[in-house]
Design a protein around this ligand. Sequence first.
Ligand code: XBP
Ligand code: MG
Length: 236
Amino acid sequence: AVRAVVFDVDGTLADTERDGHRPAFNAAFKESGLDWDWSVELYGELLAITGGKERIRHFMEKYVPAELGRSGLDDWIAGLHRVKTKHYVSLLESGGIPLRPGVARLIQHLRDRNIKIAIATTTTPENVTALLRSALGEDSPGWFDVIGAGDIVPRKKPEPDIYHWVLEQLGLPAEQCMAIEDSENGLKASLAAGLDTLVTVSDYTRSQDFRGASAVLSDLGEPTQPFTVLEGGVPQ
Ligand code: XBP
Ligand code: MG
C-alpha cells in the first residue's frame, strides 16, 4: 500500500509559474535596474531549466551574454534571486495564488488516513511555506512529514536527488511512496528515484513527454468517491 505521497509544488499544488514566479522575476529585474522582461512565451522556454538562479544564468548565457562579465557573478545572481523571492512571497501573502482543483481535498484525505505527505520541489523553501500558509492556513506546513526544497541538494530536477533526500528523511522505500508531478523534468526526477508517479498537466507542460507516468490527468478533480486507489497502489 502507499504509505506516503510526495507532492511537487510549482504547477502541481498550484499554477504558480505564469502569474506568480514570472512576474516576480520581472519585478526583481526592474527593481535591480535591468531592462529584462520575461514574456509568457519566453518564460515557457526558460522553464526547461529548473531553479530560479539556474534559470537566470541560462537566460543570460542565451540572451544577454555580455552581462556574464559581471564580477562576482554567482553572488550577483543569488542577490537578484533573493529580490525575486521577496516579490514572490509578498504576492502569495496577498492571497495571489489558489491551489489547483482537488489538491486540498487529497491532502485532507491523506491526513485522515494517516498516509504521510511530503514535498519535493526545486523552488525556494520560503516559497513553499508561503504558498501553504496562504492557501491552507498558518499551521499547514506542519502537516507535512518532510519538505524537501531548493538548494538542499546540489542537482535539481530532472535529477532524482531531491526525491532521494525526501525518501531518506521519510525512512520509506520508493515502492511505498507515490509522487504527483506536473512536468517532464519533475517526472524524470521521481521516476529515476523509483516512485510511481501521477501527472496532473499544467498549461506550460501539457504537450511534454510523460512516458512512464502511472496516469496523466488534467487535474486532481473532485471525485465523488474517496481515493480508494491509494490503498491498493497507484491509479491505473
Ligand atoms: C519549479 C521550478 C522553480 C520555480 C521558481 O519547481 O523549477 O525554479 O520555477 O522557483 P517545482 P525558484 O516544479 O519542482 O516545484 O525561483 O525559487 O527556484
Ligand atoms: Mg512542477
